[in-house]
Design a protein around this ligand. Structure first.
Ligand code: PMP
Length: 386
């Protein structure tokens, strides 16, 4: 092709040379602990289906009956004619579960974060973000046109210093559980600083919601906070809930403001109503089946104990995300490939998802794993990293 615009070979080759090229594998069959990839069975240690609900029979049955009742597509945005009684019921149930006045569904977590931050801030305001925040939070901050300030990871002293020099309205934004490290935001300090400085506080609890806290209330419940302490809570439905989509929970006025102003809410097609029906089933299950959280914690403890004995470089995490730090991207790729040869699927996470020089194996656990599978992982890690 003669048009140089379409000549991507140089850039693609560079990514390959730097071990930063991303590949997909085709999974045939349901998301579960055992995945069928090209006729081969792999044990899945890289999904975010932390409670094992993505292929749960009750969730699947709710999805099917949702399709029968509501059809497949939602037809339009919520504000046109796409807001069904299934969406409405799920929003009410999420509001009750999170102890907030209202909840609002978004079609994805990425869109929720873009929508919330850009709806609440504009030029002349300040957004303060942890350096390791999820890309969607960072992108939302940039999109908002507010002054974009990043503070050192989970460092409340640096956040305090940054807050001291803000202008306009200020919004503190953080992952609750960091998606690539598995550690927690310093929530007590953030709640206090937000109050002191009359700043807003948005916590994205994509990886804590449903998993942390005795009742699955996430990082907010883990720290014993109430809805007033964390006025803007975002959660995703594609992880512990095992379905798809996201929500923001908060006050009546906050939600009304988002309905009016969040462009990624207003200008996009609503989730299929059947997904909302499936998610209602997940929400019921994750409340009554607390054994899922207990089993998950048991497996995490077993893994950490074994990994420490083997001298693996773990991170400061007690959540379902248990990264093993490697450093070099090429070595992380080799380690992931070796695990694959043992029939285990663990992703190598490389820049720009994580900072340069901190490539890692991102291991995630599910309540559906067995202790034997955790032991097999430890044995394979021992061989792959030696
Ligand atoms: N926030 C965090 C912390 C995430 O890890 C993710 C997904 N990886 C998202 C937001 C985006 O959610 P979704 O996949 O629903 O777009």
């Amino acid at each position: 092709m003669s048009n140089a615009f379409y000549d991507f070979t140089g850039e693609l080759r560079r990514l390959e040379q730097d071990n930063l090229y991303r590949y997909r594998r085709v999974v045939d069959g349901p998301q579960d602990i055992k995945l069928n990839v090209g006729g081969r069975e792999l044990i899945n240690f890289c999904s975010n289906d932390y409670l094992g609900l993505a292929n749960h029979s009750e969730v699947a049955a709710a999805f099917k009956s949702g399709v029968e009742r509501y059809g497949v597509g939602s037809g339009s945005a919520h504000l046109i004619c796409g807001h069904s009684s299934a969406h409405h019921a799920l929003e009410e149930e999420l509001a009750a579960f999170t102890g907030r006045e209202r909840a609002l569904l978004f079609s994805t977590g990425y869109m929720a974060n873009l929508g919330v931050i850009s709806a609440l801030l504009g030029r002349g305001d300040t957004v303060l973000e942890d350096r390791l925040n999820h890309a969607s939070l960072l992108d939302g901050g940039l999109l908002s046109r507010a002054r974009f300030q990043r503070y050192r990871h989970a460092d409340s002293a640096d956040l305090q210093a940054t807050l001291a020099v803000t202008s306009g309205k200020a919004l503190l934004v953080s992952d609750g559980v960091f998606s690539m490290d598995g550690d927690l935001a310093p929530l007590p300090a953030m709640v206090e600083l937000a109050e002191q400085h009359h700043a807003g506080l948005l916590i994205d609890d994509a990886h804590g919601f449903g998993v942390l806290g005795k009742n699955g209330g996430g990082v907010v419940e883990h720290f014993g906070f109430s809805q007033d302490d964390v006025p803007i809570l975002m959660g995703t439905l594609g992880k512990a809930f095992g379905t798809f989509g996201a929500f923001v929970a908060g006050s009546e006025d906050l939600i009304e403001m988002l309905i009016q102003k969040a462009r990624s809410y207003v200008f996009t097609t609503a989730l299929p109503a059947a997904v909302a029906e499936a998610t209602r089933a997940s929400l019921r299950l994750l409340q009554v089946e607390s054994w899922r959280r207990e089993q998950l914690q048991k497996l995490i403890r077993r893994f950490r104990q074994g990994a420490k004995q083997q001298g693996l470089h773990l991170m400061d995490s007690f959540t379902a995300i248990q990264p093993v730090l490697i450093g070099d991207s090429g070595q992380a790729m080799v380690a992931s490939q070796r695990l694959l040869e043992h029939g285990l699927w663990v992703s190598a996470i490389r820049p720009p998802t994580v900072p340069a020089g901190s490539a890692r194996l991102r291991i995630t656990f599910s309540a559906n794993h067995t202790e034997q599978q955790v032991d097999a992982l430890l044995e394979a890690l021992d061989k792959a990293l030696s």
